[in-house]
Design a binder for this molecule. Structure first.
Ligand code: TXA
Ligand code: MG
Length: 306
C-alpha cells in the first residue's frame, strides 16, 4: 500500500514500521527508540537477533551523540561520501543505542543516505534503523513491488520509485587504525582508496565469527539454483549485447559495459526468476572483477550458494 510522506512520518512517530526508499535498496524503517517496532522488524524479516541494524542519520554531526572514539579519517570519509552508499561501523555509545539495534555488540553501524525522501524523513523524524526491506535470505527490494511480494499488499510503503544504485551500501569496519571492507557494495574500493590514501582490504573475519554478522547467513538468493557458467542451462542470466546460442530464455541484466545499469537490475532479475518459478539458470560471469563488477560478482556468488 503506497502511503504519502506525511502518513509515513506519522506512522514512524507513532511507533510503526514503514518501507522507505534509499538510493541503494529499500529499507524497513523504525525510529531508533521504538522498541516494539524494532522487534517487529526482526519478526517481519525472519532476521536472527544476533544480526544488528544500521542506524540512518540525517547528517554527519549527529554521529557525535551515538558513537565514541571517532577515528581521524572519519571526517574525510564522511565529507567525501555522505550522504551516500557508505556505512561505517564505529564504537557505540552504549547508553544511547538500544541493545537489539546493535545485537549486543559494542559497535554500531551508521549511514547517511542520499535519497531525498529518506533524508527528508530523517530530518523531520530523527534517526531511523533500516535493514533492507526483504525477507532474510531473499534478494533485497529495489522497487515497491518487491516489498509487496515479500510483505503483502497492505504493507505501508513510501514510494520513491526504483532505487538508483540497486545494491546495498559498502560497509567499513575500523580496526588497528585502518578501515576494512566487511561488505562490498555500491561504493567501490577504488573510490574509497582515493580518499583514504590506501585501498581498503576486503575482510570477512573468520568464517564462524565474521566482522559483519550478516555474512553468516544465506543472502540475495532466488529459489532457482544458479550455475555460474553460461552454458549449463537453457535459461540464462546474461547481457543485452551478447548472444547465448543454447539458451531458450535469457534474463537481461543490462549491457556488459555498464556495471551501474547491471547493479540496478540485479535483484529485480533474481526476483523475476522466482516469479516465473524458474528452477535453474546459468549466469554469464564473463565480466571484469574490478570496481562495481566486484560487488556484482560477490552477490551472484552468494546467490548461487545453496
Ligand atoms: O544499503 C544499505 O545498507 C541498506 C539500506 C536500507 O540502507 N541497508 C542494509 O541493511 O543493507 P541490512 O540490515 O540488510 O544489512 C546491514 C548489514 C548486516 O549484514 C549486519 O550484520 C551489518 O550490516 N552490521 C550492522 N551493524 C553492525 C555492527 N555493529 N558490526 C558489524 N556488522 C554490522
Ligand atoms: Mg539485507
Amino acid at each position: 500500500m503506497r502511503i504519502s510522506f506525511s502518513e509515513a512520518k506519522e506512522k514512524l512517530l507513532s511507533g510503526n514500521v514503514v518501507a522507505v526508499p534509499t538510493e541503494t535498496v529499500y529499507g524497513l524503517a523504525a525510529c531508533l527508540h521504538a522498541t516494539p517496532a524494532i522487534q517487529q522488524i526482526f519478526t517481519l524479516k525472519g532476521r536472527p537477533a544476533n544480526n544488528p541494524l544500521i542506524i540512518h542519520l540525517p547528517d554527519f554531526s549527529s554521529i557525535n551523540t551515538y558513537a565514541t572514539s571517532l577515528p581521524s579519517s572519519l571526517e574525510a570519509l564522511s565529507h567525501a561520501f555522505w550522504p551516500g552508499p557508505l556505512t561505517l561501523i564505529l564504537s557505540a555509545n552504549l547508553e544511547k543505542i538500544p541493545f537489539p539495534v546493535r545485537a549486543g555488540l559494542p559497535t554500531v553501524a551508521f549511514r547517511v543516505p542520499s535519497h531525498p525522501l529518506a533524508l527528508k524523513l530523517l530530518k523531520e523524524v530523527g534517526p531511523l534503523v533500516m535493514p533492507s526491506a526483504n525477507k532474510s535470505g531473499s534478494p533485497s527490494a529495489t522497487h515497491p513491488d518487491h516489498i509487496q511480494t515479500d510483505f503483502g499488499i497492505d504493507f505501508p510503503i513510501l514510494d520513491g520509485g526504483a532505487c538508483s544504485h540497486g545494491v546495498e551500501s559498502t560497509i567499513l569496519f575500523h580496526e588497528n587504525n585502518h578501515w576494512k571492507i566487511v561488505r562490498q557494495g555500491a561504493l567501490t574500493k577504488e573510490s574509497l582508496g582515493s580518499v583514504l590514501g590506501y585501498v581498503p582490504e576486503i575482510s570477512n573475519g573468520n568464517s564462524s565469527k565474521p566482522l559483519c554478522p550478516g555474512q553468516l547467513y544465506r543472502h540475495y538468493a532466488p529459489k532457482a539454483k544458479l550455475y555460474l557458467d553460461s552454458t549449463q542451462c537453457t535459461t540464462v542470466v546474461g547481457f543485452s549485447d551478447r548472444t547465448y546460442p543454447n539458451a531458450k530464455r535469457v534474463f537481461i541484466l543490462g549491457h556488459s559495459s555498464d556495471p551501474e545499469q547491471v547493479a540496478t537490475h540485479l535483484y529485480a532479475v533474481l526476483r523475476q526468476l522466482d516469479l516465473e518459478a524458474i528452477e535453474e539458470a546459468s549466469v554469464d560471469m564473463n565480466f571484469p572483477q574490478s570496481g562495481l563488477w566486484s560487488t556484482i560478482s560477490e552477490r551472484l556468488h552468494k546467490a548461487a550458494k545453496s
